[in-house]
Design a protein around this ligand. Sequence first.
Ligand code: ZN
Length: 247
Amino acid sequence: MGRSWFRTRAVSPTLDRIDEPHVHDLLRANIWHMRGRDRDLVVDTGLGVASLRAHLPQLFARDPVVVLTHAHLDHMGGAHEFDCCWAYPGEPFRTPPPGSLYPEPLADELGISAADFGIDGPILLDALPRSDYAPGDYRLQPAPKIEWLSEGMRIDLGDRSFTALHLPGHTPASVGLVDEVHGTLFSGDVVYDDILIDNCVGSHIPDYRITMNRLTELDVSVVHPGHGDSFDRDRLCDIANDYLRRT
Ligand SMILES: [Zn+2]
């Protein structure tokens, strides 16, 4: 197989950021792997064009708690490889729409404009995961088993724990995970350091505004987002206040 489809970068001794460099920016989501004393946490599962189990067996080694921040294809594409995933109710984790690696049908499905992809090629990958890979056969797979998160539910890794926050706006069932002791937030697509998407199917700007107000009050020092680099609390507040100003 040669090189891995995935790129893994250590953020700290216990946290890896994994992404898919050959996927178009808008769909190149982060997979976060945090190693706790007793259990691991995996946040999101990538696009699902290459096998997580084949490329990243370490994700599966310690019976991880897998959390899907929402049901978009770039976050739950690999969910079908795990025995069980956690998510907030209200999105089609068990019966997802098929998804696509082509801009037009995907934009249709998401309710956005294909122009938003600013695409310079016919397909949303710039390489194939295998020489025999057929992009037209891409189908987003359902998560075989979902356990439902609720607001305030704790996820305990032994030496640290996270609290689930329901943060609707980008999608109705978006969740974040906050570790109040270490000041860490996994934010999914609720907030990242780029243009935020509040116009897709299921987006709701009034909810997004409430969520942004809530984020500005969180006592966190670092945000690990669904796309792009991590950032600090000042940047979080800038992004949130910016959003509140223009909506
Ligand atoms: Zn999304």
